[in-house]
Design a protein around this ligand. Structure first.
Ligand code: PAF
Length: 255
């Protein structure tokens, strides 16, 4: 695996299929599933590792984001990455940077209501990564269902020559969706967080809200939204940690 830290050093072959798995590091089994889906589909597999400051609305959330480059690089190499692109923030947002992608539509409501500017940061960095790496295919996790919808909308609306593939959420044995944020939970919080996947089993918003509230969790939202089809989406704070999860519903199960 080659580690590329600077835009100038990124020199990818332009033959064959170049695939991209964009990440912010803190790699876990969910990323392993993205890399496993991507590896057989491409000749050159690029993973990006960039903690994008533009998509954090709270400085404390950015400050708490885990960084362990050596561990992430070893994880990427073990999972078949050919090129790990890990630029510094000054290269992605140099002085004078002043052009943003401001998505509406799929970016409205849900996460945006609680994380203002989040999808502006995501859409901008994804467009930059797509332009820098120029992959034919990029993989995203369904756990961030609204993000998948925003990225698909970005690709459609700006005619980007790239295919977006979504990969199913990976869960721990107790049902909790894998997330780098799970590491911040105490043992007691982890126990309470299990109410989130249990709530999704209700398959309707009122039932899911009742499960969360019975477990003492205060949801930011519990809704059925149209994200590549009807999807029951939940965001809830467990102590200081905010978790999101979702389950796609069969068409017609919209309530
Ligand atoms: O899902 C993530 O980790 C990030 O939002 C992404 C897609 C890498 C953009 O920074």
């Amino acid at each position: 695996m080659i580690v590329v830290r600077s835009l100038r050093e990124l020199d990818l072959p332009r033959h064959g299929t170049v695939g991209l798995v964009p990440t912010m590091g803190a790699l876990h089994g969910g990323h392993a599933a993205l890399l496993a889906a991507a590896r057989p589909a491409c000749d050159v597999l690029v993973a990006s590792l960039f903690v994008n400051p533009a998509q954090f609305s709270e400085p404390s959330d950015l400050a708490a984001y885990p960084h362990d480059f050596e561990r992430d690089a070893a994880f990427a190499a073990e999972h078949g990455v050919d090129v790990l692109f890990a630029p510094p923030a000054e290269e992605m947002y140099p002085p004078g940077f002043a052009t943003w992608v401001d998505p509406a539509g799929a970016a409205e409501g849900l996460e945006s209501a609680h994380r203002p500017g989040h999808f502006r940061g995501v859409a901008t960095v994804c467009l930059k990564l797509f332009n820098i790496v120029r992959p034919q295919i990029a993989w995203f996790g369904r756990k961030d269902a609204q993000q998948v919808a925003v990225v698909r909308q970005l690709v459609r609306d700006l005619n980007l020559p790239i295919e977006i593939r979504a990969v199913d959420t990976v869960r721990d044995a107790d049902g909790l969706a894998l997330s780098s944020r799970n590491a911040r939970l105490s043992a007691d919080e982890r126990e309470r967080a299990r109410a989130i996947p249990r709530a999704l089993e209700a398959r309707d918003a009122a039932g899911a809200r009742a499960v969360l509230e019975a477990s003492g969790l205060e949801p930011d939202y519990v809704e059925v939204a149209d994200l590549d089809g009807p999807t029951l989406v939940v965001a809830a704070r467990v102590g200081a940690t905010r978790l999101i999860d979702n389950v796609p519903l069969p068409e017609g199960e919209r309530r």
